[in-house]
Design a protein around this ligand. Structure first.
Ligand code: FES
Ligand code: FES
Length: 177
């Protein structure tokens, strides 16, 4: 019999405590224990990035990270990007620039793009391509993903310059889910 371990994690700003098996992967914890199914499972070998989440300010592939490793950590998933119904700039960017087709890679792309723009708020096209290179997309050819991240960078810059008068924020589609 496996001894479960109690973990305490802050997920998308909410404190969560659970008993988990030491072998439970973070992606399974998110999807099966917390019903946060926005984090997708693709390759399960750290290659595709569909499972990307943010842990304490770093992008992490949750298919190769144990839930118990998150004890005491702050985790952000795609469900935590929007703020009270207003999409984050990276989400708006993918919407505006058609940065997705089937959408399978999109949650991981969004969470990675969010962190990339924290690491480098004004990336060149090459820097976007390098920064997003751990996330694979089988549909888009990446061109519109790069444009989407650039759109988000410009929007975040505009929001920082005029936080209450951002036309982009005003044009943001509402989240209905
Ligand atoms: Fe984790 Fe592919 S499912 S990197
Ligand atoms: Fe289909 Fe990226 S939009 S895998």
């Amino acid at each position: 019999m496996t001894t479960k371990k109690r973990i305490s994690v802050e997920i998308n700003g909410r404190s969560v405590e659970r008993e988990v098996e030491p072998r439970m992967l973070l992606v399974h914890f998110l999807r099966e224990e917390l019903s946060l199914t926005g984090t997708h499972i693709g390759c399960e070998t750290s290659h595709c990035g569909a499972c990307t989440v943010d842990i304490d300010g770093s992008s992490v592939k949750s298919c190769t990270h144990l839930a118990v490793q998150c004890d005491g950590a702050e985790v952000l998933t795609v469900e935590g990007l929007a703020d009270r119904g207003t999409l984050h700039a990276v989400q708006q960017g993918f919407y505006q620039e058609h940065g997705l087709q089937c959408g399978f890679c999109t949650p991981g792309m969004l969470v990675r793009a969010y962190r990339l723009l924290q690491e480098n708020p004004d990336p060149t096209e090459d820097e976007i391509r390098t920064g997003m290179s751990g996330n694979l997309c089988r549909c888009t050819g990446y061109q519109n993903i790069v444009k989407a991240v650039r759109w988000a960078a410009d929007t975040l810059k505009a929001q920082a310059a005029a936080p209450n008068a951002s036309a982009a924020a005003a044009a943001a589609p509402a989240v209905t889910a």
